[in-house]
Write a protein that binds this ligand. Sequence first.
Ligand code: GCW
Length: 711
Amino acid sequence: MNTHFPCKRISEDGYELWLRYVPVAQPALAEYRAALTHIVIDGVSATLQAARDELVFALPCLLGASVPLADTAGRGALVAGTPHRSPLIAALDLEADLAGVGDEGYVITAVPGAEPNRIVIAANTDIGVLYGVFHFLRHLQTHQPLRGLRVVSAPKIRLRMLNHWDNLDGTVERGYAGFSLWDWHKLPDYLDPRYTDYARANASIGINAVSLTNVNANALVLTRPYLVKAAALADVFRPYGIRVFLTARFSAPIEIGGLDTADPLDPAVIAWWRAKADEIYAHIPDFGGFLVKANSEGQPGPHDYGRSHSDGANLLADALAPHGGVVIWRAFVYDENVAEDRARQAYSDLAPQDGRFRPNALLQVKNGPIDFQPREPYHPLFGAMPRTPLMLEVQITQEYLGHATHLVYLAPLFAETLDADTGCAGPGSLVAHVVDGSLDGHALSGMAGVSNIGSDRNWCGHPFAAANWYAFGRLAWDHRLSTEQIADEWLRVTFGNDERFVEPAKAMMILSREAVVNYMTPLGLHHIMARNHHYGPGPWVAGGRRDWTSVYYHQAGPDGIGFDRTASGSNAIGQYCSPFRELVADLDTCPEEYLLWFHRVAWDHTMKSGRTLWDELCLRYQHGVEMVREMQRTWDALSGYVDAARFEHVRTLLAIQEKEARWWRDACLLYFQTFSGRPLPKGVEPPEESLEYYLNLTHYYVPGIPERRFG
Ligand code: GCW
């Protein structure tokens, strides 16, 4: 165990995340003290040791009493383990429960008859025990009773994965929380204790896979010196059940292999990747596999040789297969030289390849068809490729949602996609069921989140941004958890259990996603941010690569605004199944949150409110600003429940958010007004500056952009 967190803290700095073990209050404390007097964990393994360490560290902090390890279970024993290693657990009648929790799930139960109740954390595997321990600690952190305790839990999705977009030079693409956690320069010799705390945090929410490097990949990571470094990280993560993946640059055989082609069908290329995979597994025996971005935004790929994405994916899948590895191939593919609507391109290319991928290949699909916007309809590939395991990719880092200064709780965004009914295999064909493999009978399944973690002391920059890391892990474990429940848990373990704090703070979190949609991209607008760094509004962005401009997406003109994706336009709507297709195709039934995504609409079109589109748009922007002000008022009233350091940090960031919400509102409305030619309706505050002013704002050195740049 590393240095860890002290029980007594000088000031709260967010480092502990949700593993913040502060003294439990009465009446829960009395029950816990009586029931938890010693810990018994039989068996020897690095993972069981991690479970022991966590309990031995946490329980005294929580209970204010020593809770030692013991060899035998007396009154008040907390017994954790597997039936294979622990005679105590084997003696209990848990077979039926354990049969249902697989190789990562667990059972936590108060054993009736033992006085006071004996608590048992049982699993089929050591990692299941560790997951159970973290669940149990959360139970205590949230002051829930032990009496009658009974939890049976198993993950619905197999690969629960963070995708880091970390570069070997220490920068993080779209990273707003400092630099990369991975100190490549000092690895493998210096193992920063943060690596262990990172692994603990991930394990505590069930994350079991991480890809270490940017999908805009550097082939160097596949060379021996970097494999040795990656192996050192894998060694730290292994006890916590986390497997390491690397991003594979498709042209690596040329760049580091000395070949003159990377053609996936070339025998020398095939041999090179096989040898490379063998070499990686010699360093990292449980290596997870490759994550690949190919033929997208300038990355090399199989198209360079006239081959298909499945040819490319299968090349790597075959190299990994002898070792049990998988290839995760990204479906985020589009080409500036293709005239087709960008929203359609991934589907057009990939859907016909359904059934052509190897069994150890997964296709990783972003939640929506463009790019992690504040709101997008679900990606039409979900439902279109039943013979291919589709992973869901969401973005935890807030590239398009205010970076690390805006408080935006993302669980509602993630859940909106997971809960969407594609209808493709009849009613109830939810994206969640495509992703967890249950709809199409896939054993391989996965969900990936683009990490928001960096070297900032509090890990994610904004104190509330950690909630999004947490929510990602919890939803990947169980997509049926409600966004409210996740927010509730996170607030309690991060700040405290006082209901007078939890309830309003939760309401603020839930509100925050809709707020950002309103002040950035209401009514289905999308991709209208500033160029390159994506910081602030840029609806006027035009010129250069068309699919990286804003005017391409909003299409505003004197007659109206919006992208016509109906049959009379790009017909992206045709890629969806019924009944969603018909629902959004009809201007009268299209939900207004997707209106300008799917339709080009006249400025004086009558909205459900009875207002014109123009007035509605203006009022939505205004409402977004007001929602942030409501968040500020909520937070200000909570000062008595939060330590001064974190309270002030959040308060200041909310002030930035309010300022930037006004910036978005004013810049967008002034710009769109040049087309609508209409006045701002009553209730909308007059813009503070001229359009000229906003157009000329230039920002240098915005975080999150490596030197090599994309739109
Ligand atoms: O949204 C875009 C980002 C790029 C990113 C790309 C992707 C890693 O602006 O920075 O590149 O998505 O997902 O590949």
